[in-house]
Write a protein that binds this ligand. Sequence first.
Ligand SMILES: N[C@@H](CCC[C@H](N)C(=O)O)C(=O)O
Length: 302
Amino acid sequence: MASETRPFLKMNGLGNDFVVWDAREQPLRLSSDVIARLGDRESGIGFDQMITVERSSLGVDAFMRIHNQNGGEVSACGNATRCIGRLLMEEIGKDLVTIETGAGLLHAFDSPGPRNVTVDMGPPRIRWDEIPLAEEFADTRAIELQIGPIDDPVLHTPAAVNMGNPHAIFWVDDVEGYELERFGPLLELHPIFPEGANISLAHVFEEDQIRLKVWERGVGLTLACGTAACAVGVAAARDTKTSRRTTVHLPGGPIGIEWRESDDHVLMTGLTEIEFEGEVDLESLEWRKTGSGDASAAGAVS
Ligand SMILES: N[C@@H](CCC[C@H](N)C(=O)O)C(=O)O
């Protein structure tokens, strides 16, 4: 049987990077082992998430399937929703599109500034069983965590928020003052989080300005995580550390978050980038670049 070569697009939202397949005409389902091999930065294409754009069974603009680098399927990815929103808006020629995800229908719309996209991520879920947590907590602004090898008290009382996926947020004085790569893997799989969790270190350094570093479930340290930025914006406002409008500064750049009072929805605005076009032989998993991205577009600043 001849091997199949499939085109893909490499994109990122503030450095949180994705391989994007268009599977609307020709379905594509890869095993978790293949996804992990393609996601490997040494031997594969390298990405944080793999995004498969499919036809929506609900008749909206598209369905977006999300896999983490380790091959596990998840329901939400804020940065990828902005990237897919941009692709669909450019394709359809509209300035608002609706994307079906595992976490529900999300609207993406054009935002001032080139390649800037806003996504309405819907309302946060903050009840202990919605996050979900393994035991009842009346107040999820600070839950109690028992974690043996870590003795810093700051790392025992995270806030917990679900933005279509579970997040734990530790408020610290300096996000660089902790070895997130050491305790991220322990906390991601802590039994209090039956579905695992994305782990954030956050610090309000100026009025409504938050510094954020994230250990993503199923990936590790990433340059940015959109749902974490939303969760942190919500946790900060719940705790009156900030107003409902914040700028969250990630290693990959800033992202604007608004937790709208009128309908409880969280809006996230930030840059999207097409890095390059490529193709993969799905049998050998060999891949090559076939085209360039935004950086080579006319007028782009390199
Ligand atoms: N990078 C994403 C989140 C991707 C999923 C996450 N790792 C999880 O397992 O929930 C974002 O931008 O939100």
